[in-house]
Design a binder for this molecule. Structure first.
Ligand code: ZN
Length: 273
């Protein structure tokens, strides 16, 4: 740039009038070259805008047609490429050892492919699974308190992990019905409740005590109740899954009595029937 600038300035010294410069034949190629560079820069910017606009356009199209995993992955990949392009210069200097534009392009393509694969895996993992379950089922028993699931293997008990485990883990196959432990009002009903994943909390009043129960790691799309909804004891509220911070299909169940976290197993043994 400095070398070219010196050459471009030189004719201006002998021809102070701008009009004269424009009519002189010699500088014309240089101006043409500059204009060409400007066009290149503009087309790059234009390309960025066009690419950035594509996901939004694709989003409109998706409303008309069913979204496939492949399409979602492609859309995600486009977003990723845009983000990468937007900071291309910074990345080239700080993150890549590659120096030529070809090498950088290859690195970006590899990065985009890896991100595409990661996104596709994430999308697949969050797809609701279909279970053949009668959602009108009610937990057995006639008491005010019922077991939240009726067939399970108790693995992790209350207070383990140095006291960090605030509930009990009831292992059961994905799709196993989860029942409200007692009548009450749904407080939280979420597909992404922190580490609990798909979770529901219900507030109850049992024997004059304020009790809250929590049902975590349910299957995506399986919740049958919404926040504010009144539920009956034993009503089916969702299905066992392994969402959130979980490595196996199980119900993580917590109980709070008057705001204090208690051992759910002891509470169920004392109250359920
Ligand atoms: Zn647990």
């Amino acid at each position: 740039m400095p070398a070219r600038r010196t050459k471009a300035v030189a004719p201006a010294i002998t021809a102070p009038a701008t009009a004269a410069v424009a009519t002189r034949p010699a500088p014309a190629p240089k101006r043409a070259a500059k204009q060409l560079r400007s066009l290149v820069v503009l087309s790059i910017v234009g390309g960025l805008v066009a690419t950035a606009a594509m996901p939004a356009f694709a989003g409109v199209l998706q409303k008309e047609a069913p979204v496939t995993l492949q399409q979602m992955a492609v859309d995600d990949a486009q977003s990723v490429v845009v983000a990468s392009d937007a900071v291309g210069t910074e990345l080239a200097r700080e993150s890549y050892s590659a120096t030529t534009s070809d090498e950088i392009a290859k690195k970006k393509a590899a990065e985009a492919a890896a991100e595409r694969a990661r996104q596709a895996a994430t999308v697949a993992a969050t797809q609701p699974t279909t279970f053949n379950v009668d959602l009108n089922m009610v937990a057995p028993g006639s008491g005010a308190v019922r077991w939240p699931i009726t067939s399970y293997t108790l693995t992790d008990t209350y207070g383990t992990r140095g006291g960090a485990h605030r509930g009990i883990d009831l292992v059961a196959p994905a799709g196993t019905p989860i029942y409200a432990a007692a009548a009450g009002v749904v407080n939280v009903s979420s597909e992404a409740y922190y580490d609990y994943g798909v979770a529901i909390t219900i507030d109850h009043v049992i024997n004059g005590q304020k009790v809250s129960t929590l049902y975590a790691h349910q299957s995506y799309g399986s919740r049958q109740v919404v926040s504010g909804q009144t539920v009956q004891a034993g009503q089916l509220i969702g299905l066992v899954g392994s969402t959130g911070r979980s490595t196996a299909n199980h119900l993580h169940f917590e109980v709070y009595v008057n705001g204090s976290n208690v051992d759910p197993l002891a509470w169920l043994n004392a109250n359920a029937g």
